[in-house]
Ligand binder design. Structure first.
Ligand SMILES: *Cc1c(COP(=O)(O)O)cnc(C)c1O
Length: 365
């Protein structure tokens, strides 16, 4: 890696920024991942030069050689984090260093070049600074930032690419639950796995997501909005959802979550919830949890709440859990009490409505 990585971004302002009226219209109803800001970040890497040519440029299509390695061997990683506008108009990001460090771990697993964490942080801030008017201010809205890295060497041989590129794009995000937080049903896939032991499950790479799409369709057919994956070896232990980690709450207030086995993605939200729950005096146990244990616990009432968590939805309460041979939970069950209060606490910190005792928020503007 080039130790003298560039920290100064060359800025080319877009000459065709979205006009104020259209932007306001988009921000009034942004949806998720469908609208993008006026600019993007790009940084190039070659084995010879290291990271170079850091820039902010107008948002637009990439030119990619058809032989580019990412298109054939999926050598790609990404991150996801949000910028939040506080009541005084200031803009903040949540634990961005964790995303930067995780991206370095993902890069290592996918044989991509690690991006220095200061360059990662600066890339996020540089984009927010030029596109700050895209950070919405309505309750529970945010600007979703999507850093990603691709191998783009023109070469069909199978080896780690000698050329890569890093980008950041940004997309205004509406409230995930505009009608109020609604519990979801989840489908336990007993046929397909998301990640295997020794595989790429702990890396945030697109390939993991492609493996989750077929079971996701299966889930939809069963009126479930997400898939819960089991371990690939025994098909017995809970791992995580396609893009969210899982928590169970026991009647006595203990939180249970699958331990990080190497095939589970280490969510920043997961880690934050563990910290907040411990601050409140809850016991939090990270260990292997079998599907049978969960189903029995839910049936007996020993497990009183279940939820999924990740940056996009923060915390999503789980209502029913279904599989080929079982259904547990009630169709109209409300969200769990602890589930909702942890969600409130975390979003209060993110939106600056509550003190931030762990110094998770970083001010950008
Ligand atoms: C990104 C992701 C999560 C959630 O991570 P956060 O850092 O909390 O957003 C969970 N599982 C998978 C597979 C992911 O890709």
């Amino acid at each position: 890696m080039n130790s003298a990585a560039p920290l100064v971004f060359d800025i080319t302002e877009s000459t065709h920024r979205q006009n104020d009226d259209l932007r306001q219209k988009i921000l009034a109803n942004p949806g998720f991942g469908v609208n993008f800001t006026d600019h993007m970040v790009a940084i190039d890497w070659t084995a010879q030069q290291g990271w170079h040519d850091a820039r902010v440029q107008p948002y637009g299509p990439l030119q990619i050689d058809p032989a580019s390695s990412v298109l054939h061997y999926a050598q790609e990683i990404f991150e996801g984090l949000k910028a939040y506008r506080h009541a005084d108009g200031s803009i903040w990001i949540f634990r961005p260093l964790e995303n930067g460090l995780r991206m370095q771990r993902s890069a290592e697993r996918l044989a991509l070049p690690p991006l220095p964490e200061d360059l990662f942080l600066e890339s996020i801030k540089a984009l927010i600074r030029v596109d700050d008017m895209w950070v919405p201010s309505a309750p529970e809205t945010s600007l979703y930032l999507r850093p990603f890295m691709i191998a783009n060497e023109r070469f069909l041989g199978v080896r780690a690419a000698q050329r890569a590129a890093y980008y950041v794009i940004a997309s205004p995000a509406g409230a995930y639950f505009p009608q109020g937080v609604a519990p979801v049903n989840i489908w336990v896939s007993q046929e397909h796995s998301r990640a295997a032991r020794g595989g790429t499950g702990a890396a945030k790479c697109g390939g993991n997501y492609s493996a989750s799409l077929l079971p996701q369709q299966e889930a939809s057919r069963h009126d479930c909005s997400q898939v819960l994956f089991l371990d690939s070896q025994e098909g017995k232990y809970l791992e995580e959802l396609g893009g969210m980690n899982l928590f169970l709450v026991k009647r006595d207030g203990t939180l249970l979550t699958p331990s990080l086995t190497g095939s589970i993605l280490e969510g920043v939200t997961r880690d934050s919830i563990i910290t907040l729950a411990k601050d409140r005096g809850h016991e939090v146990v990270e260990r292997k949890i079998s599907l049978d244990e969960m189903l029995e616990g839910l049936r007996s009432g020993d497990i009183s709440e279940a939820f999924a968590c990740g940056t996009a939805a923060v915390i999503t309460p789980i209502r029913m859990i279904k599989g080929e041979s079982f259904t547990v939970g009630e169709p109209n069950a409300p969200a769990g009490e602890l589930t909702m209060s942890l969600r409130q606490e975390l979003t209060d910190i993110q939106y600056g409505r509550r003190a931030d005792p762990h110094h998770w928020m970083m001010k950008v503007l």
